[in-house]
Design a protein around this ligand. Structure first.
Ligand SMILES: Cc1ncc(C[n+]2csc(CCOP(=O)(O)OP(=O)(O)O)c2C)c(N)n1
Length: 330
């Protein structure tokens, strides 16, 4: 990666960390719903996303990949609206090649394989990168997806973020395999293990997997070994299951500080540049939050919209009853 590319990556990492702090505070105020932070995993997410070409590649996300979606073109205000429960937050603007956030573990993986296989069948050269965690790798969808991808040689990169935990379940309780990456050859898929807190290493490994998939070389499973710094989400209390001091060694490997140190050592970042970056990110987060909070309320009846093109009678009746009830309460 050039210094310029690493600076660009640092911008997305800093933006995510700034947004994380505001989102956590807004959740505490009751203005955001439950929020999952990407803190600690920024190098893993940004290093992989920066290996993609947003004009032809696709991201099929889980719920912890804000900076990847931003780099791919999703406006930050859409992400904020999502956590405010606004339907606009689930809408992906035209031309942005990402699927919506997936909460149901591993359910995005068969979709990623189908999308990749479809792109190839239509003669395109796009590659799909799909994100998921160590917990999701215990789901049947994971195994079915790797199996199908191996057989079809679909241009898909399975990007497994092993952050040590599935809420309170440790990685060791997910599988007896020594590593998660080594499961890949059993499906005829390439498997790679990478230090997920090293931006440059993650970028290099993902870029190689994307190039191979684009050239017709088939799928890869990347296991990005990282660490969730803090809670699973704003509803979780890790002090109940993480031993005190267990995360000490990972605190020393903070991915944002690591990239900052790297750039400073190369003379590509100084105090003034760092302050400018922090101020720009803070301003961008405030801009996006202002847009989100000024977006008109969608109304409770929007619960029924965007689900069926042609809703069944039962739902049409329920919607009418719901609207009448809301109006009666107004
Ligand atoms: C099918 C399914 N089962 C259970 C849950 C509840 N749940 C939400 S997140 C989570 C843990 C996920 O851990 P992991 O896959 O490692 O991803 P991480 O959140 O650590 O990034 C669980 C069990 C769910 N969302 N979907």
């Amino acid at each position: 990666m050039t210094d310029e590319a690493v600076l660009d990556a640092l911008r997305y990492m800093t933006l995510a960390r700034t947004f994380d702090e505001r989102a956590t505070s807004l959740q505490r105020q009751g203005r955001f719903g439950t929020f999952s932070s990407v803190r600690g995993q920024e190098a893993s997410v940004v290093g992989s996303a920066s290996a993609l070409d947003p004009s032809r590649d696709w991201i099929v996300p889980q719920y912890r990949e804000l900076p990847a979606l931003l780099r791919h073109g999703l406006p930050l205000e859409n992400f904020a609206l999502y956590f405010m429960g606004h339907p606009d937050g689930g809408a992906i603007p035209d031309g942005v090649r990402t699927l919506p956030i997936q909460i149901s573990l591993a359910a995005q993986l068969p979709q990623a394989v189908g999308l990749a296989w479809g792109l190839r069948t239509q003669g395109g050269d796009g590659v799909v990168v799909t994100y998921f965690g160590d917990g999701a790798s215990s789901e049947g969808d994971f195994h079915e997806s790797l199996n199908l991808a191996g057989v079809t040689r679909a241009p898909v990169v399975f990007f497994l973020q092993n952050n040590g935990w599935a809420i309170s379940t440790p990685r060791a309780a997910q599988t007896a395999a020594r590593t998660l990456a080594e499961r890949a050859p059993g499906y005829g898929v390439e498997g790679v293990l990478v230090d997920g807190n090293d931006l440059l290493a993650v970028h290099q490994v993902t870029a190689a997997a994307v190039a191979r998939a684009r050239a017709g070389g088939g799928p890869t499973l990347v296991e990005s070994l990282t660490w969730r710094a803090g809670a699973h989400n704003t509803a979780d209390d890790p002090t109940r299951y993480v031993e005190p001091g267990e995360d000490r060694e990972w605190a020393d490997r903070d991915p944002v500080a690591r990239v900052e140190r790297y750039l400073r050592a190369r003379g590509a970042l100084d105090d003034a540049g760092h302050e400018r970056l922090a101020a720009e990110c803070a301003a961008e987060v405030e801009r996006a939050l202002t847009v989100a909070f000024e977006t008109p309320d969608a109304g409770a009846a929007s619960l029924f919209d965007h689900v069926h093109a042609d809703p069944p009678t039962r739902l049409v009746e329920q919607r009418a009853a719901w609207v009448a009830r809301q109006e009666g309460m107004a």
